[in-house]
Design a protein around this ligand. Sequence first.
Ligand SMILES: NC(=O)c1ccc[n+]([C@@H]2O[C@H](COP(=O)([O-])OP(=O)(O)OC[C@H]3O[C@@H](n4cnc5c(N)ncnc54)[C@H](O)[C@@H]3O)[C@@H](O)[C@H]2O)c1
Ligand SMILES: N[C@@H](CC=O)C(=O)O
Length: 498
Amino acid sequence: MTTLSTTLAKRLEDPRLFRQYAYVNGQWTHSNGGREEAVHDPATGEIIGHIPLLESGQVTAAVDAADRAFVQWRALRADERCERLLAWYDLIQANREDLATIMTLEQGKPLPDARGEVEYGASFVRWFAEESKRTYGETIPSHIPNAALGTLKEPVGIAAMITPWNFPLAMITRKAAAALAAGCPVIVKPANETPFSALALAELAERARIPAGIFNVVLGEPAEVSKILCAEPRIRALSFTGSTRVGRLLMEQSAGTVKRLSLELGGNAPFIVGPDMDPKEAAFAAVDAKFQTAGQDCLAANRILVHESIHDAFVAAFAERMATLRVGNGFESDVDLGPLIHRQAVEKAAAIVDDAISRGATLVAGDQRQAPGENFFMPVLLTGVTAQMKVWREENFAPVAGITAYGSDEEVIELANDTEYGLAAYLCTHDIRRIWKLMRALEYGMVSVNSVKMTGPPVPFGGVKQSGLGREGGATGIDEYLETKYYCLGALGSVSGS
Ligand SMILES: NC(=O)c1ccc[n+]([C@@H]2O[C@H](COP(=O)([O-])OP(=O)(O)OC[C@H]3O[C@@H](n4cnc5c(N)ncnc54)[C@H](O)[C@@H]3O)[C@@H](O)[C@H]2O)c1
Ligand SMILES: N[C@@H](CC=O)C(=O)O
């Protein structure tokens, strides 16, 4: 296999953004034990570069560094932290083309989508830079004579973040910017499949004069590193984005140190189409909601529930639209779907499709013989999907769309809620009574009505049920990293109005 690191470095305007080290206490760090892991381009299988697998003592050294740096970072005025974050934001924007190139290479998503993610990721940095100035406490009317009562907001402490490979940049900034704004040092453990976006962010954080020890990137064997982070009492908050399976594990591992937990876990979104909809308009929206990032998106519309009166026309329009999607290397122009992240993902997708067919679903489209490489999966459309099938029960995280017909609002509510997940739901109808009824009945943290796009910095992003705990972004996103300290100032003497 050839190594792409030399060609990648040449392809970047600023080759120093491509780092093959961990970043601890402001230092680019090798593994003390000499262990390393190759990172592959999912489109070609070529090795992009290598990352060090840190030893346990090196992970603890990141905690030591964060602990030391915390004192000064929390003591900065909010407007000073805001300035550092804005400098980071400016640098991310200034280097967006390089960041997008790194992302497409390691994640596989089409270059325009990678550019979109850089923009999206940067927007959280700006949002939380501004929010850092608004961490207000409150004044409490006193019930105690001669006392003043109130609350202060204080940083929770060191925050660890474990992030997935599907959005290698934005899933970091949505957490890290909030924590940094709140005054917390950050230790990021990115997915080993996509470490280079995280390391480029570290390089830019350094240039933005975010002090040593305040933004660290640790790399290693995931279960090993996560265990250390969870067991470490000085880490007071753990924010995780990833699968529900690993989320449960981290929750258990964090119990011993009673950490503040934010969990952004899997989704299995229903996409509900009402009888009043134009089937073509709704089908095109459903295609958009399903195939972003080749279906490797927690918001992907997995279970498409279409009113029986328009089902056949909807299926025809969906298939027509799906046939226009181009699958290929994310660097090629006009590609809509890149590769899946690795071969296991392709195998999982194929098994889900086989299971559905064996249980009676109809394969309308999706010929895998046309896949342009071994990590690619052609979009699949299945109809007659039922709750017994894996495609219904599991998050497929692939370009596999399943359609089911329903007859009444009551039936579709039951179908939509029939899952352990509760992240996002889509609703397509112009009937205001139906919108209100369904929106209230859907057990999801986010419901998007007649809009595929629903995310962004002002939004409280998060799920219910086994899709997670807490909210990222929005007016409350910074609260995940703040403690409320109540104070009672007693014996003040007689204070008018106290
Ligand atoms: N709710 C959201 O906002 C959101 C956003 C993006 C992705 N996701 C979810 O993420 C999942 C896909 O991402 P993924 O495959 O990277 O998830 P994953 O759970 O396999 O991995 C996520 C992170 O956990 C680490 N990890 C893996 N195994 C571990 C273990 N045994 N112990 C500790 N850490 C471990 C990984 O290295 C990675 O950093 C999907 O379920 C998707 O829905 C959710
Ligand atoms: N698309 C989501 C990430 C989920 O995978 C987002 O916008 O945060």
